[in-house]
Design a protein around this ligand. Structure first.
Ligand code: ATP
Ligand code: MG
Length: 577
């Protein structure tokens, strides 16, 4: 993971230099005293009577210590900078993965949950790299070097230091397991509760419509309390862990002092330098223990992230997926396609072919599976049996990006986002000029004016700078629908998938849009779902679905002539039923 990042080599070199200085600093006094043991006289030292060479050695030790004391800060700066690039890479990978999650899972996930997930990935690295590079690696290296040196110089007392590190590692590791579980509980709870809180916050109108403002507030209070309890559990665990480790370190420090006096046979100054070293070393183990525990926790979280990143869904490409060229007027074919959502059969043996440039109408009662056909075509789901081909190629084996590039889609909800009309429209074609946006809006019967252009304006005219509000709430339903259509026109797909594009529009505008669609569909293949059966007069073929089965097919005239379900529905509409 790390090695793949740009600049990892440079990071390691700089880090290695800083760690060498740190190591030299922490052992310098102990080593110097050992090296000068025969020439150092404690009584002279006490009176500050030193030889020139001793003065130089102690002066150098002082200078080295000044530099050494600064290395943890320099290391942290280095680690933080490196962490930043890793954070961006990982969080982006998690974000990209969102678009490959199962369609159904995305629909059922509370708003905001994914934002939290990405925040979690982002935050996970906060403790991980400092724990690894700032505490665990330096202390580990120091322990190895110091244990060898103390062993050679002062004998078996070195085993105390070794035992100390082993005890610290084991207890920290043990604590870390429980801590990781508590953190996981907390994060799961936060993800879910924040998602619900954000969803409640977005329910402004619905809450007022149903007199449920009080209900939303008290439900949210409950969610904050649930989150608070989990956070307190994590914090309490940390305090207990801290207390236990402090007790261990105090006990070990005392044992060290006593043992050094009892076991080590050396001059007084050496004994004191050894005790001083061991006390400082023991103190630095607190950061090490925290590092081990943070590292274990972060690795645990990383495993969850890794599982998330490698999760496969129907939306993902198969290995060796083929790129589909962007051809004009592609041919679409469904051959014996069946599909179930979670075991419930929605489409049953559906077959049809739309030749390139033709227009297919899908009609049938609400819930009969019309929008599902569109979702299968976009490969949000894969059929349970049968095949879907475009220009003869099974869409299962195509790259999703090249497949979806073909479509200009208008769905039942307009999918607007909280920004200006310009940005909402330009989403159909990145970098489109205002003129292109205005042209598309005109085709979609959306009256628009450029900001600042005064003249023959109508009160209903919109400007490109108009803010659309959350989910387009500042536009009327009909305006949103026309923005959605203009955006699809801008995309210039070669297959138009239109899911009730004129529902909610007044009759005059709907007719005008229908004319635009008729004109557009001369050069593209179109699949149009509608309850306005008259809109299908120019369709090459119409499928009438009932409970996932095609029960009638033909063009408008032949279906009327057949006097079946389609005919009855057209008649019922005429009578205004
Ligand atoms: N993601 C999903 N998970 C489970 N069931 C679903 C899902 N989406 C739709 N359904 C169910 O599948 C059936 C077909 O839904 P679909 O959206 O295709 O209907 P439709 O024909 O487009 O209806 P309408 O005219 O009301 O838009 C419905 O019964 C619906 O409840
Ligand atoms: Mg539908």
């Amino acid at each position: 993971m790390l090695a793949a990042l740009d600049g990892y080599g440079v990071f390691l070199v700089k880090y290695g230099v800083l760690q060498a200085i740190r190591l030299a600093t922490s052992l310098s006094f102990l080593v110097a005293i050992y090296a000068m043991r025969s020439s150092l006289d404690i009584t002279k030292l006490h009176k500050f009577e030193l030889t020139t060479s001793q003065l130089i050695v102690f002066g150098s030790l002082g200078a080295l210590n000044v530099v050494g004391r600064l290395t943890p800060f320099a290391s942290r700066l280095l680690i933080d900078r490196f962490k930043e690039s890793l954070q961006a890479a990982q969080a982006t990978a998690a974000f990209a993965k969102l678009f490959e999650l199962p369609h159904g899972a995305v629909l059922t996930t509370p708003t905001g949950e994914f934002g939290q997930l990405i925040a979690k990935v982002f935050r996970n690295l906060d403790p991980l790299l400092p724990a690894l590079y700032g505490a665990v690696i330096p202390i580990f290296v120091e322990t190895v070097v110091a244990v060898i040196f103390v062993g050679v110089a002062y004998g078996p007392i070195t085993l105390v230091q070794l035992a100390l590190v082993v005890i610290y590692t084991l207890t920290a590791y043990r604590f870390a397991r429980a801590k990781a579980q508590r953190n996981k509980d907390m994060m799961t709870c936060m993800l879910s509760e924040w998602g619900k809180i954000m969803a409640s916050a977005g329910a402004y109108e619905r809450a007022h419509f149903f007199g449920n403002v009080g209900f939303e507030i008290s439900a949210t209070r409950g969610r904050f309390e649930t989150m608070g309890a989990k956070i307190t559990a994590v914090m309490a665990g940390e305090q207990w862990e801290g207390m236990c480790q402090t007790l261990i370190s105090l006990l070990v420090m005392a044992a060290n002092v006593v043992l050094v006096f009892l076991v080590v046979d050396a001059s007084t100054i050496e004994i004191f330098s050894l005790i001083a070293y061991l006390v400082i070393f023991t103190t630095s183990l607190d950061a090490y223990a925290l590092g081990i525990s943070n590292l274990r926790t972060a690795v645990y979280e990383y495993q969850a992230f890794d599982a998330f990143i490698h999760r496969l869904s129907d939306v993902s490409d198969v290995e060796g997926a083929v790129e589909l060229p962007l051809t004009s007027s592609p041919t679409i074919e469904f051959a014996n396609v069946s599909f179930s959502y979670g075991g419930r059969v929605i489409l049953d043996d559906v077959s049809f072919k739309v030749e390139g440039g033709q227009r297919l109408g899908l009609v049938g009662a609400s819930g009969c599976g019309k929008s599902t056909i569109m979702r299968l075509l976009l490969r949000f789901y894969r059929p349970s049996s049968g095949t879907i081909t475009i220009d003869g190629q099974n869409i299962e084996r195509l790259s999703g990006a090249s497949l979806r590039r073909l479509f200009s889609v208008v769905t039942q909800d307009s999918q607007m986002f909280n920004s200006t009309l310009r940005e909402n429209l330009a989403y159909g074609k990145t970098g489109a000029s205002d003129d292109e946006l205005l042209e598309a809006a005109k085709l979609a019967e959306l009256p628009l004016r450029v900001k600042g252009c005064v003249g023959a304006e109508r009160a209903s005219d919109l400007s490109l700078d108009k803010e659309c509000g959350e989910k387009g709430a500042k536009l009327s339903g009909g305006q949103q629908q026309r923005v959605a259509l203009a955006r699809a026109i801008l995309k210039s797909g070669t297959i138009y998938l239109l899911d009730e594009p004129t529902t909610g529009l007044d009759g005059v505008v709907a007719k005008q849009i229908q004319k635009t669609l008729d004109a557009l569909s001369e050069n593209v293949t179109t699949v149009m779902i509608t309850h306005h059966l008259d809109d299908l007069k120019h369709a090459h073929s119409i499928l009438y679905l009932d409970q996932g089965k095609v029960i009638e097919r033909g063009n408008f005239e032949s279906l009327i002539a057949a006097k079946g379900a389609f005919y009855r529905q057209v008649e019922a509409r005429k009578r205004g039923e």
